[in-house]
Ligand binder design. Structure first.
Ligand code: FPP
Length: 249
């Protein structure tokens, strides 16, 4: 019996978010340049997108480049931007064929024009996809997102299109870059660190957290399904008691 068969299709996480960590350490352990780890990381993205689709996951969000990643050595940043353009352009036709729809979250204005253009092209080309939505978090951080949302809300209040007393949780959610996406049910971090690193703080308030020591280049179908199975063993109470959850079922 494969791990996929063990997954309860009625209790799937609709949205999985992943902090892909460990590319550099994976490369170092093999005496390779960090860039080789990122290249291997891209092949894993392809595998994980296929595996998530196969399991009927609806949304997959990948933390591909954080606001803080701009502080990495400029050659590494350039290498990552080039790799993204290469991967996005190479995979667009396949993504489209498989019904995968691409979306991005983050500060797209900071991306070099050639990266933004490739991404926008891929988003346009795959817009009709009805399968998995693959959300790429690029130049993203929660603090950036919440600051930007606050500014936009303040501007709309100043313009008179929004009243202070009407601002509620839904209003704020609608000003975030994740507008329209359901909150992640499961947040996976590879690479052994146990922190959130400025990723989807608002959206992950009730996500189940799953940390694994596996470096991202060693992640894949089985490790993804193990995380889903662990998610299905958890009880999601949303502040309620176990008894309340049981009686509602
Ligand atoms: C974390 O490993 C990984 C990243 C910061 C980059 C991940 C990006 C990719 C794999 C390319 C994405 C491509 C597309 C098409 C979205 P790390 O470098 O922090 O590893 P370390 O912690 O071992 O140093």
């Amino acid at each position: 019996m494969s791990l996929l068969d063990k997954i309860d299709k009625n209790r799937l996480p609709a949205h999985i978010a992943i902090i892909m960590d460990g590319n550099g350490r994976w490369a170092k352990a093999r005496g390779l340049e960090r860039g080789e780890g990122h290249k291997e990381g891209v092949s894993v993205i392809k595998k994980v997108v296929e595996s998530a689709s196969k399991a009927s996951v609806q949304y997959l969000t990948l933390y591909a480049f954080s606001t803080e990643n701009w502080n990495r050595p400029s050659e590494e940043v350039k290498g990552l931007m080039d790799l993204m353009v290469y991967a996005i352009s190479k995979e667009t036709a396949d993504l489209k064929k498989n019904g995968v729809r691409i979306r991005s979250i983050g500060d797209m204005h900071r991306l070099p024009e050639y990266t933004r253009t490739a991404l926008e092209e891929c988003i346009r080309e795959t817009a009709g996809g009805t399968g998995l939505t693959l959300v790429l978090a690029l130049s993203y951080s929660s603090k950036w997102e919440l600051t930007t949302a606050s500014r936009k809300i303040a501007a709309d209040v100043a313009k008179g299109v929004l009243r202070v007393e009407d601002i509620d949780e839904e209003t704020l959610a609608n000003y975030l870059t994740t507008r329209g996406l359901p909150d992640p049910d499961l947040l996976i971090r590879t690479g052994g660190e146990q922190r959130i690193s400025n990723f989807l703080l608002w959206q992950c308030v009730y996500a189940e957290l799953y940390f694994t020591d596996t470096f991202w280049p060693d992640f894949g179908e089985e490790t993804l399904y193990e995380a889903i199975l662990e998610y299905q063993r958890r009880e999601r109470r949303y502040g309620k008691t176990s008894e309340q959850i049981d009686s509602a079922q």
